[in-house]
Design a protein. Structure first.
Length: 146
């Protein structure tokens, strides 16, 4: 009797194991490979990273980031945000498709104590397909010389 129970349990176990394998094979046969679709660039930057190299403590450096509107629509920058050590200026008007724009920045190293990479965030008035503001970022880095 115990042998019959053992055989029954093993048979059920084998059936479940075979059934699971079959489902896995069917699922993998029906599953389509993932396709990575890159969203088109909203703007194309000439440079997204600028290396200022060595900067003396207390020195100010001027830099700029140029971009082209590749969105196919009019765009307008709403806000440009950076750390307190960076003063920024940006175009206030509408930039037409294929038009160019520029983010100007002045970096003041007076309060810095070490090498750093600093980000600048650009928020556009335009929205993406989900209604969220389009946000871009650029950055610069420096090696502090005391």
């Amino acid at each position: 009797m115990k042998l019959n129970k053992l055989i029954a349990v093993l048979t059920v176990g084998i059936l479940f194991a075979c059934n699971t394998t079959q489902k896995a094979q069917v699922a993998s046969a029906d599953t389509k490979p993932a396709v990575v679709v890159e969203k088109p660039a909203f703007v194309t930057w000439d440079k997204k990273m600028i290396d200022l190299g060595e900067v003396k403590k207390g020195e100010k450096r001027t830099l700029f980031f140029e971009f082209t509107n590749t969105s196919g629509q009019d765009i307008k920058i709403d806000i440009v945000d950076a750390c307190a050590c960076t003063k920024v200026d940006f175009p206030r008007g509408t930039i037409k498709p294929q038009g160019k724009g520029r983010i100007d920045a002045v970096f003041d190293s007076t309060e810095k104590e070490a090498d750093e990479t600093i980000g600048i965030t650009i928020v556009f008035e335009n929205t993406d397909a989900n209604g969220n503001p389009v946000i871009e970022s650029v950055e610069y880095k420096f090696q502090l010389v005391k």
